[in-house]
Design a protein around this ligand. Structure first.
Ligand SMILES: O=C(O)CCC(=O)C(=O)O
Ligand SMILES: [Fe+2]
Length: 319
C-alpha cells in the first residue's frame, strides 16, 4: 500500500508548531475545557504551518481511500509526566501535548465530547488500566475490535484524532485502521445490498444509559452505493437475521485484508475519518510502571450546528 496518508512536518514546521502550542499554554485559564481557552485555541490554530493547514483542509474535503491522515513529527515535550494509570483519565490542563492535539483538531473542525463519556472532557487519555486488560475499550490491552467510534450514537464523531505521547514498551501496539472505501470494491453486490438495509443494531453502552429497550435498527452502509459511509462496531453491532450475519462476516473478512497497523511514535497524530474508516488496536503488554503507552484523543465534528439541540449553552459537550 502507498504512503499517501502520511504527512511529515519539517523541522522548521515542527518548531513553529511548538511555538504556537507553547504560547497556548500561557492562555488563561490554562484549562482545556474552558471556553475562553478553547476560543483562543481555535484562533491560534490559524498560526499552524501553512503546509499542514492545507493538508488538513484537503483531508476535510476528501479523506482519500484510506480515511486516515497520519501527521508525523509534531513536537513532543522533552520531559514527560508519568503515564496515567487510573480509569477514565482525561487531560484537563493545557499542557503542550494537549494543546498540540487541540490545535490540530480545531483546525479541522470543532472538538466535542459526550457528557456521559470521560466526564465530558475534550482531551482524553488513552492508557491501559490495570484490571481492565480484557475490556473492549481503550483501557484494555487485548486486541480491540475494529469499530466506528460511538457507532450507537446519532451524533458520533466525524473524525477521531489520536496523538501519541508515549509508545508501549515493546513498540508492538498497532492502531489498526480499515477504510470502507478500500473494502467496498471487494464486496459482492448482494452483500452490499444487505449491509445497506436496517438489519443491524448497535448496543448502547451502560454509561450512555443503555440498554433501555432494544437499540434502533440501522444499516451498516449508507449514502452512495459505491462510496458509502460505514457504521459498525464488531463488538457492539449485532445482525438481526442470518443473511445480515453473513454479510457482516463477509465485510469483516474483507476489512481484515486491507487493515493497516500503524505503530504510533511520539509526535505522531492519526486522524481517522469516522464516517468511512474503522479503527481498532492490536494487543500489547502494559506494565503499569508510569511508562506505558499514552495517547491523547479528541473527537471532531465538522458541522457543529447539527448537534446544537443537545449541546447546552452552545458549548462543546453533547448530552
Ligand atoms: O488504542 C488505540 O490505538 C485506539 C483506541 C481506541 O479505539 C480509541 O481510543 O478510540
Ligand atoms: Fe475507538
Amino acid at each position: 500500500m502507498t504512503e499517501d496518508h502520511i504527512f511529515t512536518l519539517t523541522e522548521a514546521e515542527r518548531e513553529r508548531t511548538r511555538a504556537v502550542a507553547t504560547a497556548l499554554t500561557a492562555v488563561e485559564s490554562g484549562l482545556v475545557d474552558d471556553r475562553a481557552w478553547l476560543d483562543a485555541c481555535r484562533g491560534m490554530s490559524e498560526q499552524l504551518p501553512e503546509r499542514l493547514r492545507r493538508r488538513l483542509r484537503d483531508f476535510r474535503h476528501d479523506p482519500d481511500l484510506d480515511g486516515m491522515l497520519l501527521v508525523r513529527n509534531l513536537p513532543v515535550a522533552p520531559a514527560l509526566a508519568p503515564t496515567p494509570t487510573v480509569p477514565e483519565s482525561v487531560e484537563r490542563r493545557a499542557t503542550p501535548a494537549a494543546g498540540t492535539t487541540a490545535l490540530v483538531s480545531m483546525q479541522i473542525g470543532e472538538v466535542i465530547a459526550y457528557r456521559d463519556e470521560k466526564s465530558g472532557a475534550l482531551v482524553q487519555n488513552v492508557v491501559p488500566v490495570a484490571g481492565r486488560e480484557e475490556q473492549q475499550s481503550n483501557a484494555g490491552s487485548v486486541p480491540l475490535e475494529l469499530h466506528v467510534e460511538n457507532a450507537f450514537h446519532p451524533h458520533r464523531p466525524d473524525m477521531v484524532a489520536l496523538f501519541c505521547v508515549r509508545p508501549d514498551h515493546e513498540g508492538g501496539a498497532g492502531l489498526r485502521v480499515a477504510s470502507v472505501r478500500r473494502a467496498v470494491e471487494m464486496l459482492p453486490h448482494d452483500i452490499r445490498k444487505v449491509l445497506g438495509e436496517d438489519r443491524f443494531r448497535t448496543e448502547v453502552p451502560p454509561s450512555f444509559g443503555g440498554p433501555d429497550g432494544p437499540a434502533p435498527q440501522h444499516p451498516i452502509l449508507s449514502g452512495d452505493f459505491d462510496d458509502p459511509d460505514v457504521r459498525v462496531d464488531f463488538h457492539a453491532t449485532h445482525p438481526e437475521d442470518e443473511q445480515a450475519a453473513e454479510a457482516m462476516a463477509v465485510l469483516r473478512a474483507v476489512l481484515d485484508t486491507i487493515t493497516r497497523a500503524v505503530h504510533l511514535r511520539p509526535g505522531d497524530l492519526a486522524i481517522v475519518d469516522n464516517r468511512v474508516a474503522l479503527h481498532g488496536r492490536t494487543h500489547f503488554v502494559p506494565r503499569y510502571d508510569g511508562e506505558d503507552r499514552w495517547l491523547h484523543r479528541t473527537f471532531i465534528h465538522l458541522d457543529h450546528r447539527r448537534s446544537r439541540a443537545v449541546r447546552s449553552g452552545n458549548g462543546q459537550v453533547l448530552s
